[in-house]
Design a protein around this ligand. Sequence first.
Ligand code: UTP
Length: 289
Amino acid sequence: MKVTKAVIPVAGRGTRFLPASKSIPKEMLTIVDRPTIQYIVEEVVASGIEEIILVTSQGKSAIENHFDYDFELDTILKEKNKDQLCEEVCNISNLIDIVSVRQKKPLGLGHAIWTTRNVVGDNPFVVLLGDDLVLSDVPCCQQMLNLFDEFQESIVAIQKVPMDQTPSYGIVEGKQLRDRVFEVNRMVEKPAPGTTSSNLAIIGRYILQPEIFKLLEKTTPGHGGEIQLTDALLALSKQRPMYAYEFEGTRFDAGDKLGYLKAIIAFALRHPTLGPEFKKHIKEVSNDF
Ligand code: UTP
């Protein structure tokens, strides 16, 4: 079965990024020359997905506007003969079909995904968190779709983290099948220190079977009083096989201040025109402070 839809939840309040995220969605904060969310949408497009479902909330309309056609701006740029810029801005609205659903209360990631059930329907779908960036040669979403072609079952993207950081993540325990691929046995959201021997941390990329919606409906609030996706994933992994995939690339939590700064450095160094000059600058200033 082919995966054609991607869900991108962006309805969270972004409290880790206050005060910046008070009136600007954290997904709209800039990494070099475009907002975080545009990189994620571009990853989806590069992976051949046909439709995006954004889960939004109050105060997130700037995200929808960013991917909309702006007639006034188009006219102004044309009048000023800024043709290249005009084309670049226009292209953003032509990237892919985007629909939005509203999460009326921030009841957690699991609940955000559940709100898309009627739009996703009875098909497997990809989930990409709106503040999780992956820098890689092959888009992370594409890497996962390649594995899905083989297994046709749910897949969570993982990275190995130092053991003392496991309480900050959803953790997967499982059997290694081959390089980078594990079969999931157990999952736990933010395990207390010493309660797991695994350091396989779930990051913000998933391919899910639609059965997840029924399980989310039954999931009671877990860690932090929110409906946790990890709890429903554990239930799903008991019904049918689930795999964990250690993706190739570097992941940045752009919803966290330090992760965001690291992402800016990494993406700026890789930028085709700004990269070389920026690298020189970083080398010069790194001794000054
Ligand atoms: P995070 O916990 O990283 O985002 O959720 P948050 O809640 O916005 O941020 P903090 O923790 O307060 O700083 C991971 C993803 O799930 C979405 C977020 O938008 C983010 O993309 N999310 C989270 C929702 O869509 N709805 C929610 O109720 C919670």
